[in-house]
Design a protein around this ligand. Structure first.
Ligand code: ATP
Length: 212
């Protein structure tokens, strides 16, 4: 039987890099952030709702969402963050489940990994068979996120503070994916978890009559 694993962690912890390693090994990866971007493209109902809630000032000249402006708004105002999530999360989750259903019809033993920063905060972890939490060192994370997104350390910290801490997220983990060393080590750690997920998928399939 296919298995759905949520991959989460704090900002800059290495989720996306880990997801790419899962994919190299044969997992199907669903990128929640990419779905979010798709769902707010011009013409999508979610974008209309965002403009209603936040005003036309959040749009760029070409009518697309100014994601930088949006991020600055929601990371400094909890109520606004919740309003945006209320518009986006149900749609992201519904789309993820549609994609997962399509994958498992094609590949009944698929290992499907959902890369989602707020998997736990959004309640979406309940839809997962397993939860994987990436554990990295806070200082390294801040430095990487800063370099990647061109933010100040203070901005990264404000974004971290708006999400649950690693310790809180770890309480929901079926697997802890350690990313405290180099990329090669992360890759090996991904492999260990991937093999367990595959085994689990195969075991569940053999327990299901009529499944491959
Ligand atoms: P966000 O939630 O902010 O999107 P993320 O958890 O998806 O972040 P990544 O984008 O995977 O994090 O990683 C952040 C940056 O750190 C990337 O540039 C990535 O290549 C780098 N990185 C991640 N892990 C390591 C590592 N072990 N060694 C060196 N660089 C790393």
């Amino acid at each position: 039987m296919a298995i759905l694993a949520g991959l989460t962690g704090t900002i800059g912890s290495g989720k996306t890099l880990a997801a790419s390693f899962f994919q190299e090994l044969g997992a199907h990866v669903i990128d929640a952030d990419a779905l979010a971007r798709m769902l707010v493209s011009p013409g999508e109902p979610a974008l209309g709702e965002i403009v209603q809630a936040f005003g036309g000032g959040v749009l760029q000249e070409d009518g697309s969402l100014d994601r930088k402006k949006m991020a600055a708004i929601v990371f400094s105002d909890l109520a606004k963050k919740q309003a945006l999530e209320h518009i986006l999360h149900p749609r992201i989750i519904a789309r993820e489940m549609e994609i997962y259903d399509a994958i498992r019809r094609q590949d009944p033993c698929a290992v499907v990994v959902v890369d989602a920063a707020v998997l736990i905060e959004s309640g979406n972890y309940r839809n997962m068979d397993k939860v994987i939490v990436v554990a990295a060192d806070r200082e390294a994370q801040i430095e990487r996120a800063r370099r990647r997104d061109g933010l100040t350390a203070e901005e990264v910290k404000a974004r971290m503070a708006a999400q649950w801490s690693l310790d809180e997220k770890l309480k929901y983990a079926d697997f802890v994916l350690e990313n405290r060393e180099d990329e090669a080590k992360l890759k090996r750690n991904v492999r260990t978890i991937y093999l367990q997920l595959r085994q689990e998928a195969a075991r569940a399939a053999s327990a299901q009559p009529g499944m491959r």
